[in-house]
Ligand binder design. Sequence first.
Ligand code: GRF
Length: 200
Amino acid sequence: MLKVVVMVSGGGTNLQAILDAIDSGKITNAQVTAVISNNPGAYALERAGQHGIEAVCISPKTFSDREAFNQALLEKVKEYAPDLIVLAGFLVTIPPAMIQEYRGKIINIHPSLIPSFCGVGYYGLKVHEAALARGVKITGATVHYVDEGVDSGPIILQKAVEVKEGDTPEILQRRVMEEAEWKILPEAINRIANGERSVS
Ligand code: GRF
């Protein structure tokens, strides 16, 4: 059974998609053992609690400096001894020491077709604003392994989503979530949990 720790900063709809997929049997051989947030107000923490999953917050604001926060974050993650760490809307740079410790065991969901609209500064609505500004007709989402760069690790899964006339960033964000993110993130976890090595 793959032990999964999910890291979140916000609403946690991707977390919800993972939990639903486990409940419905779309993900097998995996369990979410903990949800960690940097943000005490993250609704994702409540979603975890409602599911009886341990939910913890480690806020950078409660540490004297970044290094102390990074260390505490890594220590907390290690307590759960995860086989897989899923960044599901986690808006904190992963400490290099964590990447070294869990190389090949950290995955992220990004709301565009990498290598478009990714890298430094492309997060949240900004990704969709940029896609609309460029006038692309197809966007999508990507699940990838996390390395030292920003959105630069090996790609696991991608799914395309149509951009429609009159889309706002908010409308496009919602469609990308519904049609791509909530599908490919659970699917990637299921593949990893079931030993499909070909995904990397
Ligand atoms: C998603 O768009 C994800 O791709 C991005 O952050 C957002 C998180 O949304 N990395 P949620 O918290 O899962 O609802």
